[in-house]
Write a protein that binds this ligand. Structure first.
Ligand code: ASP
Length: 352
C-alpha cells in the first residue's frame, strides 16, 4: 500500500480493489482480472484533464491478492470485504471499493447491513470498460467515487457510477453495456456530478437518520454460503412441487419470493401449503414484486392473502439485492424467530 500523488488531506481515502472489468486485461480466454492496479489507476487518473486531476484527493490503494470477476462473489466475499473495511476505516476519510459491476449492487447492499451506523462514506464503483480501453468510463467513475469519498456529509454505503451517486441498498444494475448502468428504482439519487463537481443532494442521505456511534454487525456468513438462502421467481404455471424442491432442502434457512404486481401469487392451496410448512419450520420467507417500481402490499388482493396466511413477510419496495442480502444478514445472527421477522420489517439502513 502506498500514497498516490502528493498528500493534502490528513486521512486519505482508501481504495480497495476486489476485481471486475475496471481492472481487467485481455487474456487467452477473454477479459480477466489483472494486477498492478495502483500504477494502472494512477496512469488512468493522470490522463484526466489537469483541472479534474487537481481535484482528486490523494488516496491509498489496497489490492486483494486474488481479484475476481464479480460473478464469482458469494456471501463470503461480502463478509471478507466488510471485515477489511471495519478494520481500516478509522484511518481514512472514506473508502472506495472497486468491484465488478455484475454483482456490485449485491455487495453494496450486504455492506450496508454489515456496516450499520457508518460515520463516513463507503463508495462502491467499477466500470463497464477496463482502465486502458479507449473511451473507458473507469477513470471517470473512480474520480467521482474518490471525490464523494471525502465528503463527510455522506455517511453510508453508496454507489458512484456514470456520473450519479445512488444509495447502495437501493441500487440495481440495469444496463449490460450503457455507462449509466445502475438505477435506484424506488429512491432518488443521493447525488450527481454537476459540471465538474460531485453534488450531494440535501436531505436524502442516511446521515440524518444516524444515531450514536457505528454499530457494525459482522456475523459469520459462512454457514449460509452453501445454499442457505434462495431466490424464487414465480412464473405462470409454477407448481407446488417445484417450490417444495427449493424449500424442503434442509440447508435452506430463508427464501425471497418474487411475486406478481402489488403482491399476488396463485391461489393454489398446495403451493400455499408448501410455503406455510416452510414458515412453520422457522424458514424466513419474504416477498417482493417482479415489477421494478413500487411496493408490494401483501393482502390487497384475495390472490395475495394466502401469502400472508403462510407467514410470508412483505419486503415493500426493496430491491431483490437488498431483500436477499438482508435475509442472509439476519439469518447469520443468533436471533429469535420473532426478532428476526421484526428486524426484516424494520428499515435498518434506508433499504425500505
Ligand atoms: N463480469 C464483470 C464483473 O462483474 C463485469 C464488470 O465488472 O462490469 O466482474
Amino acid at each position: 500500500m502506498s500514497t498516490h500523488a502528493a498528500a493534502s488531506i490528513p486521512s486519505p481515502p482508501l481504495v480497495i480493489y476486489t476485481g471486475g472489468t475496471l481492472g481487467m486485461v485481455a487474456g487467452e480466454h477473454g477479459l480477466a482480472p489483472g494486477g498492478d492496479i495502483e500504477a494502472r489507476l494512477s496512469r488512468a487518473l493522470g490522463a484526466l484533464p489537469a483541472e479534474r486531476r487537481a481535484a482528486i484527493p490523494d488516496h491509498e490503494v489496497l489490492a486483494f491478492p486474488d481479484p475476481i470477476d464479480s460473478s464469482a462473489a458469494t456471501s463470503r466475499v461480502w463478509q471478507r470485504l466488510a471485515g477489511e473495511i471495519a478494520e481500516r476505516y478509522r484511518d481514512h476519510a472514506g473508502i472506495v471499493v472497486l468491484h465488478g459491476t455484475d454483482t456490485l449492487a449485491w455487495t453494496a447492499s450486504s455492506l450496508a447491513y454489515q456496516l450499520q451506523g457508518l460515520d463516513r462514506p463507503v463508495v462502491v464503483t467499477g466500470a463497464m470498460q477496463p482502465l486502458e480501453a479507449e473511451g473507458s468510463d473507469a477513470a471517470d467513475n473512480v474520480e467521482l467515487a474518490l471525490r464523494f469519498a471525502v465528503n463527510p456529509a455522506l455517511q453510508e454505503v453508496a454507489i458512484a457510477f456514470g456520473g450519479r451517486l445512488l444509495r447502495g441498498v437501493r441500487a440495481r444494475k440495469w444496463q449490460t453495456r450503457d455507462a449509466a448502468a445502475f438505477v435506484s428504482p424506488n429512491y432518488p439519487l443521493l447525488g450527481e456530478r454537476v459540471g465538474m463537481d460531485p453534488i450531494l443532494y440535501p436531505g436524502r442521505s442516511l446521515a440524518r437518520q444516524q444515531r450514536g456511534a457505528p454499530r457494525f454487525e459482522l456475523p459469520d456468513y459462512a454457514p449460509l454460503a452453501d445454499g442457505g438462502v434462495a431466490r424464487i421467481v414465480l412464473w405462470p404455471g409454477i407448481t407446488a412441487r417445484q417450490v417444495a424442491a427449493w424449500l424442503e432442502d434442509p440447508a435452506l434457512k430463508g427464501a425471497l419470493l418474487e411475486v406478481w404486481g402489488a403482491g399476488n401469487a396463485p391461489e393454489d392451496p398446495a403451493l400455499l401449503g408448501v410455503l406455510a410448512e416452510a414458515s412453520g419450520q422457522g424458514k424466513l420467507l419474504a416477498a417482493i414484486s417482479q415489477c421494478p417500481h413500487g411496493s408490494v402490499g401483501i393482502g390487497h388482493y384475495a390472490a395475495g392473502r394466502g401469502l400472508h396466511a403462510a407467514g410470508v413477510l412483505t419486503a415493500d419496495a426493496m430491491t431483490p439485492e437488498a431483500a436477499l442480502t438482508k435475509l442472509v444478514h439476519l439469518l447469520a445472527q443468533p436471533l429469535a424467530d420473532d426478532e428476526r421477522r421484526r428486524s426484516f420489517l424494520t428499515p435498518l439502513v434506508g433499504e425500505r
